[in-house]
Design a protein around this ligand. Structure first.
Ligand SMILES: Nc1ncnc2c1ncn2[C@@H]1O[C@H](COP(=O)(O)OP(=O)(O)OP(=O)(O)O)[C@@H](O)[C@H]1O
Ligand SMILES: [Mg+2]
Length: 363
């Protein structure tokens, strides 16, 4: 089911938890709501669930406005962080519970519950009580229970945050598999960027109740529309250098050096030049330029650290610390001066007066 938020706003007394959100979620896709604590993710999900009524705006399920529809009539399934299974019921009875409430005959209810148990791969655990299950297994039961009424929308609020790192990894792949098998439109709340990057068709990144960007994960990573998006995604984080913009609007001058850099792409600027610009370069978008005559900027090596297949170079340019992912074949030592260059099309330039990324890139 297609879901649309039109100018959706939620205010609690004096504070605006969600601020004029406009988003269209296409049928059958998985969208992650991502952002720092308190940015309005759960509030948004609760409005979709019907637990909160938006202060303003319209919420569409398909072409129907559902603002006033009760949660039980919205055809949604929900899974929360704390599984919320009934401790006194067996796994099978837990999954059957929503059908029992809907007065579905017992035989049919049991059949459908077994089908769901097979989907989430817990058929061998049906007679156990929740306390006899691992966290991951409990979350599988919760997902089966959320899907058993064949809802049109699945809402997941940080469903993996009680699991240890390895199980999180396994369960996020499972959620994606189940979502694709059922083909259900799904909204997944997380504050974990890696989780959002790995399972989503699109990410809605929020801050202070406002949409920052709504894009497929790779687009968001490669073409961040603003400064917040650029620095929220990426580990190690994007490098940030405060720079001056040349009068030609085509070159930037790096801090504490005479080095300048041609931007190589037109600026999305309105022509107003102000004082505060920041160059953003992801660590993997640097490379060491052996030819000192070529464009780049000279940095001093602080430390080189092996990270898996690559090396992480810690360097300094004047007062600014930088991190670059470089090939382990390159031998550099503390104190060495090296020339860093940026891969073509991988430069970001932010206007700090409004945070916007001023460089035109694809996407
Ligand atoms: N019932 C409420 N009454 C008053 N303020 C609320 C209420 N629910 C949420 N808020 C406030 O709204 C803002 C958004 O809260 P929300 O729970 O949506 O954040 P979140 O993005 O889910 O955060 P987290 O990652 O910590 O779960 C917060 O500042 C929160 O304090
Ligand atoms: Mg929350």
């Amino acid at each position: 089911m297609k879901v649309q938020l039109k100018d959706i706003t939620m205010r609690f007394e004096n504070m605006t938890a969600v601020d004029r959100l406009n988003v269209t979620i296409e049928e059958g896709t998985l969208v992650s709501l991502l952002g720092p604590s308190g940015c309005g993710k759960s509030t948004t999900l609760f409005m979709l669930a019907g637990l909160y009524q938006p202060t303003e705006g319209e919420l569409y399920f398909g072409d129907r406005i559902v603002n006033k529809i009760e949660p039980e009539n919205r055809e949604i399934g929900m899974v929360f962080q704390n599984y919320a299974l009934y401790p006194h019921l067996t796994v099978l009875k837990n999954i059957m519970f929503p059908l029992k409430m809907a007065k579905i005959p017992k035989k049919e209810a049991e059949e459908r519950a077994r089908e769901m148990a097979a989907l989430v791969q817990i058929n061998h655990l049906l007679d156990r009580k929740p306390s006899q299950l691992s966290g991951g297994q409990q979350q599988r039961v919760a997902i089966a229970r959320a899907l058993v009424k064949k809802p049109k929308l699945l809402l997941l609020d940080e469903p993996l945050s009680n699991l240890d790192a390895r199980l999180r990894l396994e369960m996020r792949e499972e959620i994606r598999r189940i979502q694709q098998e059922v083909g259900i439109t799904t909204i997944f709340v997380t504050h974990d960027q890696e989780e959002a990057m790995s399972i989503s068709d699109k990410i809605l990144l929020m801050q202070d109740g406002k949409k920052q960007q709504f894009s497929p994960p790779q687009d968001m990573y490669d073409y961040p529309e603003n400064h917040f998006v650029a620095q929220f995604l990426g580990n190690p984080p994007i490098n940030r250098l405060s720079v001056k913009l040349g009068e030609d609007l085509q070159t930037i001058v790096l801090p504490d050096t005479e080095d300048s850099l041609h931007l190589g792409a037109p600026l999305k600027s309105n022509g107003e030049v102000n004082m505060h610009y920041e160059l953003g370069v992801r660590p993997e978008d640097f490379y060491i330029e052996p030819d000192l005559a070529k464009a780049g900027f000279t940095v001093e090596t602080i430390m080189v650290e092996r990270i898996g297949r690559d090396n992480l170079l810690y360097a300094r340019l004047g007062q600014t610390n930088l991190r670059a992912i470089v090939s382990p074949d390159v031998k550099v030592n503390r104190g060495d001066m090296v020339k860093l260059a940026i891969r073509p099309g991988r430069t970001h330039l932010f206007d700090l007066s409004n945070g916007k990324n001023l460089l035109h890139h694809e996407g």
